[in-house]
Design a protein around this ligand. Structure first.
Ligand code: SF4
Length: 223
């Protein structure tokens, strides 16, 4: 595994869990607001065995491990890495952008993961607003959405509501998730672009629009 970041414990990244978070290098999207852009192409990597030892050392107060990124499904040895985590009796949450349904399916079929959080970055046919240099086929995203929603494990879909989005963008994305379990609208955090994040009022209206299709929650904004 190409591990480019590690957080020994987190109370907010895995619902109901105290979890270590492993960030892998590399991604098959290039979101302009990427909060982890510095690790996408880095050659500065952690030693996997060292990370596993750190997790092992803390396993008595951890409930699980989040495998995040970057995009974890690009890592060839992801299943073996997860096996090593499971051998410590810890739950595994996968964070994914949903661009590799084949890998998600295999992980689900082999019951390797306990929770999936998939980013739905925009209305499915408007990903060019977010990742213009690495296009995304909406059919691929639909496949991942259905796999996750029908998997029988706990999951969430989540969207970072960037300043360019209108209420209609949020509603359209929610429509593609109709009948699913949970949609989280996350506040955009500006990292030097000088863009103004949407306010509380916007999120109130966006939440109501999305709730026509599925239970919707807001993160990062008090409403
Ligand atoms: S999918 Fe995630 S890690 Fe990849 S570029 Fe987008 S925000 Fe960054």
């Amino acid at each position: 595994m190409k591990i480019a970041g590690f957080q020994a414990n987190s109370f907010v990244d895995y619902k109901g869990h105290i979890a270590a978070v492993v960030f892998v290098a590399g991604c098959n999207m290039r979101c302009w607001y990427c909060h982890n852009a510095q690790i996408l192409d880095t050659d500065v990597l952690y030693d996997e065995e060292d990370i596993l030892k750190k997790i092992e050392k803390n396993k008595f107060f951890l409930d699980g491990v989040v495998v995040s990124g970057g995009e974890p499904t690009l890592q060839k040895d992801l299943p073996e890495f997860i096996d090593k985590i499971k051998a410590m009796s810890l739950d595994v949450k996968l964070d994914t952008n949903g661009k590799r349904p084949d890998v998600i399916k295999k992980l689900l079929d082999e019951k390797k993961i306990d929770y999936v959080a998939m980013d739905v970055k925009a209305p499915l046919d408007k990903y060019d607003k977010v990742t213009p240099t690495m296009p995304v086929d909406p059919e691929i995203l639909k496949e991942s959405i259905e796999l996750i929603a029908n998997s029988g494990i706990d999951y969430e879909f989540r969207m970072t509501v960037v300043p360019q989005f209108e209420i209609s963008d949020v509603e359209e994305a929610a429509k593609a998730l109709e009948g699913k379990k949970a949609f989280y609208l996350q506040q955009y955090v500006d990292h030097g672009m000088g863009l103004l994040a949407h306010d509380k009022k916007f999120f109130e209206v966006a939440k109501r629009a999305a709730e026509k299709y599925l239970p919707t929650f807001v993160r990062g904004v008090e409403i």
